[in-house]
Design a protein around this ligand. Sequence first.
Ligand SMILES: *Cc1c(COP(=O)(O)O)cnc(C)c1O
Length: 384
Amino acid sequence: MIYLDHQASTPTDSRVVQAMLPFFTEHCGNPASRHHSPGSFASEAVETARRQVANLIGARSPREILFTSGATEAINLALKGIAKANASGGRHLITSMIEHKATLDACARLEAQGFEVTRLPVDCLGRVSPQDVESAIRPDTLLVSLLHGHNEVGTLQPVGEIGAICRGRGVLFHVDAAQTAGKVPLDVEAAKIDLCSISAHKFHGPKGVGALYVRLRPRIAIEPLLDGGGQERGLRSGTLNVPGIVGLGVACELALHDMDQEGERLTLLRNRLFERLSEAVAGLTLSGHPSERLPGNLNVSFPIEDSYDLMMRLPDLAVSAGSACSSGSMEPSHSFRAMGIPDSIARSAIRFGLGRFTTPDDIERAADMVIRAVLRLPVSGSIG
Ligand SMILES: *Cc1c(COP(=O)(O)O)cnc(C)c1O
């Protein structure tokens, strides 16, 4: 099996697993029980991980990192927490039409509770225009929330430019960096980001753990989603997932260590895959930005009716439909629609996601498999 679905999830690096293991058994302390040594040992491990996460995204202080169960929770805490704690100052939020479900659904729930949401359009490559952000900001705008790297088409947003606009207008800026943390340089200070969500399993860490960066100064009021023991500065109650947090920390360190080389390596492999496919199959369409995109992402539409027909013929290749339809419906994704991509292109799109353990040989074999399968399928628009 060749695994090319790294935008969905990644294998946990064995160095991450090794670092986590003792925290299931020997080091069983609750980090809140700092009065004994197992507790203080666990607490120190959590604080090390906090520094590692802060370091990956350029946070000034480890205290700006809150651990969560993943990016979905981090996004919900950022959006709902900000909206509810600051409703007296305004009830307007700005996001885009191509966000992850976590953002879209959190926004829809806030709307049902009396908040107003502007969903910005994108161009055909999936980019939000900074000018559109600027003109959407109103006196009652609390927050702009945008994803950094798109989970389907891989397009990167100009977060630095948008961060400067938000800061200039006194509006908070949240970035969903679930696809970019650990893969693309991201500096919350330079980009003037106030809140940032990340997820360990998207960059070779374990599933079920992530973090929300919350700028300390000036203080940002957030209402917690959970009530309880008051962990994480009262913003995220619940006993910390120590093994997961240790794993997240090590995943950050590993990713930071060779981010540039790994980005170049994945870009070359990704380009090689596209070159192989386009040489063999006429009429391919690349979706997303040709250069401003995640290094390991390729989203290609084939001249066939439906990407599911193709995936059924690729039992040894793990990829996803490029236009991830929600809950098994055959509708193209909201993101493809927002980019103005015809439904026929959306329906025949495959997303290839490369990762740390993808080899040149994997790419050649994957290309062989796909080419063989495509050439056996009827061309779209043809009879039968
Ligand atoms: C995966 C992903 C999420 C959700 O992260 P989880 O940790 O799996 O909850 C949010 N946003 C984007 C862009 C993602 O790719």
